[in-house]
Structure formats: C-alpha cells, structure tokens
Design a protein around this ligand. Sequence first.
Ligand SMILES: [Zn+2]
Length: 107
Amino acid sequence: MEKKLFKLHFRAAKFLGSEKVCRNKIKHPTEEKALRAMMHHNEWDGREHDVEIYPCPFCNQWHLGGIWPTDNIEKFLKSKSLPNRIKDKFKQMKKSRHVAKKEKENG
Ligand SMILES: [Zn+2]
C-alpha cells in the first residue's frame, strides 16, 4: 500500500476507534496475507460488497473492510482536524447560549 494511503487509513481508524475497526475483525499479520484474503473475498459470488485492506493502529495488523475512497478519507479527516473541531465546539456553545437566552425570554 502507498505510504500516503497507509497513513490516511491509520489516522482515520484512530478516530473511528477499535470497536469499529478492530474488534471482531479477522486479523491478517501481513499486508500480503490481507491482500490474498481480499482478492478471495472479492471473487466470491456470495459477497455483499467488495472489500479492501487497511492497516490497524490498534493491533498493528491488517483487516478487511468496505471500500473507502481516498477522497472520502481525506474529507473525513479534515472534518476531524483540530481547527474544525474547535469551530464545531464554538458553534455548539453559541447554540446552547442562544437556547438559554430564549428560555430566559420565554420565562
Ligand atoms: Zn486491529
């Protein structure tokens, strides 16, 4: 896997948490083994959808998951970046102040 994509998956997985990306998933110790499992799955007629491999920051092995386009991972990470998180918090604060003010006005 390309180093850039590896890093993107790695960072995104950390945000998603081990419950979602690691627990109850089959662990593949190497990228090569994960790739083989992926190809096997994607050739299987009974599959629900195609999968791709991703590196896991929790067990440091590889898992299979639904295909997540690079653009979408980047968007996801952008939405989780610090400036955006602060902006969101600020929005929430503003909103809750607004609600409090309204409640006061309405008695
Ligand atoms: Zn894992």
